[in-house]
Design a protein around this ligand. Structure first.
Ligand code: GLA
Length: 340
């Protein structure tokens, strides 16, 4: 019997939303909030208690159908166990988290990554992220991209992570120590049953006409007959360019340019991709208007969740907003060093 003690952070996306599932570019960062598994490998099942959930879970191994496991929160862990297969180890653990659940900060991906390490996954960050992405599809049915899982696995303290979602290459880009990254919660949401899957399908339909959006030229958007598909494609193509420009702006610590790109990204998600909400638009507008804030945008899948801004230190005093710091992802986090 040995100790199981692993954690995985949440993430906030600085720029590059709804590009990952078309193999595009994204630039998220890990945040200093974690989901922690603490227990022992013992017994013949996965027995879990969560301090955020009223009902505990007993998942028998091997897992055949993770989507039918009760209570529903345990499906993410069951799906990870199913993906690991015969090597998944039995354990008894308590899960704690300070990542707000259902707030667009990747609480489910953090649960998957911490579960995979606890259940005995051994491999590098891209392999861990791919396994957990498959688990997310099986557990929730949401056809998510790779961004959340790869950021949480491969993030780096003090850096944002530029991810190429085709090659899965990552580049850690330093965040200036005196730049505040501010997160504000707007509304709870789940991507299950939201317009997320429709957006994925619309991008796939656009790609049937103009080829991979990752490589498409903005002029090719005119070849699409359907106005909705035109707007979806225009968002993805312009968002990929904004991610490149944002990474350049961060490298030279040009906060004004970086902030402007965030605000442009929000407008594109609002008008062309239609994943924002009136409440998020209003929150972005009021945060962007605060002196010292360089730009703000919705972050993640949308339809609720959080907004993110970059600002001069101390500029945002709103008590409903908080400053986040990039931490090491689960693969390099020294907390996870001891794998017994
Ligand atoms: C969710 C998904 C990600 C990504 C974002 C939007 O967070 O899990 O894969 O598609 O939405 O950028």
């Amino acid at each position: 019997m040995s100790r199981v003690r692993f954690r995985a952070p949440g993430r906030v996306n600085l720029i590059g939303d709804h590009t990952d599932y078309t193999g595009g570019l994204v630039m998220p960062m890990t945040i200093d909030r974690w989901t922690v598994f603490d227990g022992e490998d013992r017994g013949d099942a996965v027995e879990l208690t969560s301090t955020s959930e009223p009902n505990s879970a007993r998942i028998t191994l091997p897992v055949a159908d993770p989507a039918s496991v009760q209570p529903p929160w345990a499906r993410y862990v069951a799906a990870v166990a199913a993906e690991i297969g015969g090597a998944a180890r039995a354990l008894r653990a308590t899960i704690t988290t300070d990542i707000p659940i259902g707030a667009g900060l990747s609480s489910s991906a953090a649960l998957e990554i911490a579960a995979a390490l606890s259940l005995g996954f051994d491999g590098d960050a891209p392999a861990l992220a791919e396994l957990c992405r498959r688990a997310e599809h099986r557990a929730s049915g949401v056809p998510c991209g790779i961004m959340d899982q790869l950021c949480i696995a491969a993030g780096r303290s003090g850096h944002a992570l530029l991810i190429d979602c085709t090659s899965l290459e990552t580049e850690a880009v330093p965040l200036a120590a005196d730049l505040d990254v501010v997160v504000r919660f707007v509304a709870h949401r789940t991507l299950v049953g939201s317009g997320y899957a429709d957006r994925v399908a619309q991008c796939a339909r656009a790609e049937q006409v103009i080829g991979p959006l990752r490589d498409a030229d903005i002029a090719s958007v005119d070849q699409l007959q359907d106005d909705v598909l035109q707007r979806r494609a225009r968002h993805v193509i312009t968002e990929n360019q904004r991610v490149r420009d944002f990474a350049d702006a961060l490298r030279r610590d040009d906060r004004v340019a970086a902030g402007r790109l965030m605000t442009e990204s929000h407008a594109s998600l609002r008008d062309d991709f239609e994943t924002s909400t009136a409440a998020m638009d209003a929150a972005v507008e009021s945060l962007a208007a605060v002196p010292g804030v360089h730009g703000a945008r919705m972050t993640g899948g949308g339809f609720g969740g959080c907004i993110v801004a970059i600002a001069e230190p101390g500029a945002v005093t709103d008590p409903t907003a908080w400053i986040v710091h990039a931490v090491d992802g689960a693969i390099t986090d020294s907390f996870n060093e001891v794998r017994r």
